[in-house]
Design a binder for this molecule. Structure first.
Ligand code: MN
Length: 246
């Protein structure tokens, strides 16, 4: 199984979660919300071959933590994975939107300078603005839009500019989410939990529940569980190899 967007360090007991995931053989991209947690995460992930860390600065935290962007940019050269980054245009974070754009742009520029990165990107209520910047910084690497919630037109545009998508059970249980996923290229989709933030029935989604995301994808794409697993693992391999080729 694959969880390409999980806030592992924010679960109540990351140490046991990581060892459980490692023994189950689950591939995880452990995104961060602030560079302040990077060193600790690296310690937690030492020796875990299938669990990789991504350096990020969450758009929801940019209002208070924008100065941390320097740290993100400096750590960026040491890792192929960047996230969680992006923009949030929802009412609660609107006041920092200009600042968020500056921060996102700085990170994309830095990704370009270092030859491109795999980026896990947040785009709630800001899809067009995210796509505009991704188009300007086309050399920033491979964008993976996490929990895509734009319109079908925006999805079409995202596909055209080369975006990938990570989708979770919460998204796959909504009518809109299912319609969007049905229109995504199967060769550019990965599963994600977005735990502990994403919840189902009041409980945080965990990487072990990616089996549920696989089942829902199977329904939407009319594929067997084996076909889904093969497709997702092949996608991950291609994505990771694209980064190694840089
Ligand atoms: Mn997230």
């Amino acid at each position: 199984m694959i969880d390409f967007h999980c806030h592992i360090d924010l679960f109540p007991d990351p140490v046991s979660l990581i060892s459980e995931l490692d023994s189950l053989g689950i591939y995880v991209l452990a995104v961060t919300t602030t560079p302040k947690s990077w060193n600790h995460l690296q310690t937690l992930l030492a020796g875990r071959r299938r669990i990789k860390g991504a350096i990020g600065l969450h758009p929801e935290l940019v209002a208070e933590r924008f100065h941390e962007v320097d740290e993100v940019c400096s750590i960026l050269s040491d890792t192929p994975y960047v996230g969680e980054i992006g923009l949030d245009g929802s009412p609660h974070f609107r006041s920092s939107f200009k600042l968020q754009q500056q921060v996102f742009e700085r990170i994309l520029k830095r990704c370009t300078e270092v030859g491109g990165r795999i980026m896990s990107i947040h785009s709630r209520a800001a899809t067009s603005a995210v796509l505009n910047l991704l188009q300007i910084y086309a050399g920033a690497g491979t964008p993976v839009l996490h929990w895509f919630s734009g319109t079908e037109q925006e999805l079409e545009r995202a596909i055209k500019i080369g975006c990938w998508f990570s989708v979770g059970p919460t998204m796959l249980e909504t009518t809109k989410g299912r319609r969007l996923v049905a229109a995504m290229p199967k060769s550019r989709v990965l599963t994600e939990s977005d735990g502990p933030f994403a919840q189902m029935s009041g409980v945080s989604v965990t990487p072990t529940q990616m089996i549920l995301a696989e089942e829902l994808l199977g329904e939407i794409w009319d594929m067997s569980s084996d076909e889904i697993k093969t497709t997702l693992h092949k996608n991950l391999k291609i994505l990771v190899q694209s980064a190694k080729a840089r």
